[in-house]
Ligand binder design. Sequence first.
Ligand SMILES: [Zn+2]
Length: 317
Amino acid sequence: MGYLMKSSITVLPFLILAVLAGACSANSVAAVDGAGDGKLNVVATTGMIGDLAINIGGDYVEVTSLMGSGVDPHLYKATAGDVRALEQADIIFYNGLHLEAGMSGVLERMSDQRPTTAVTKSIDPSVLSAPPEFAGAYDPHVWFDVSLWKQAAEVVRDSLIELDPAHSSEYQVNASSYLEELDELDNYVREQIQRIPEERRVLVTAHDAFNYFGQAYGIEVAGLQGISTATEAGTADVQDLASLIVERQIPAIFIESSVPQRNIEAVQAAVEARGFDVRIGGELFSDAMGNPGTPEGTYPGMVRHNVDTIVSALTQE
Ligand SMILES: [Zn+2]
């Protein structure tokens, strides 16, 4: 009921504005609201970006996230349904930094037709890492440094305001409270990681998604596969990682929800073959959030889940 009321109130001024504005570019409010429900039709690639739009857009957006739980964004290709959703979007948000490598063609095409924004665009390149094995490109996994993800939130806020200035103050208020939540989250992660004995602060996962996390919160990271899952891990990689684990006596390693479990199990087997036992410490949500409606189905929830899982596994005797 409350929702219907709100819609009817927002639609009228919008229609008047649209008529007055006449023919405008795709960036203007006249092009907004293809669905006719008074809400902006926002399409995000990953769930983490969708979560930004849901929190900041609030009652004025309808958000579609193309990549659900368990989906690997490095390998994901747009379906016919995705292309339709993108074509009907008032605005498209994507990560950028080559995260959505399989979608680069369709995103580029869309950018000619719809406002299409990389949420990482305002992050200073000097804070980005460009690992040599990633062929000169930047590591795209910025969402695991919460302070960097705050900059992504600001990009979403500013883009919504530009597209729909009539609701500027609502977007501002929503963004402020979300940014505050992210500040608390940032502090939480930092405090929790400190609980791990210093010599055990090593995070071994299926692929290199946690470099920014490690830099921000003071934990060493090692991934079996590189920055992108597009390159398969070789036997030598498995053996190298197994050596590191035995040498450092690392008690637990982690699987990722969007990467096949067998990869990290191969490392566990190689460690066992050297006479050391390493536990699977749990499942981390690296490149995709959990199912909608679960705590891990939101960005703050996924980060908390990861930190709690890591800390619990690495502090256990
Ligand atoms: Zn990744």
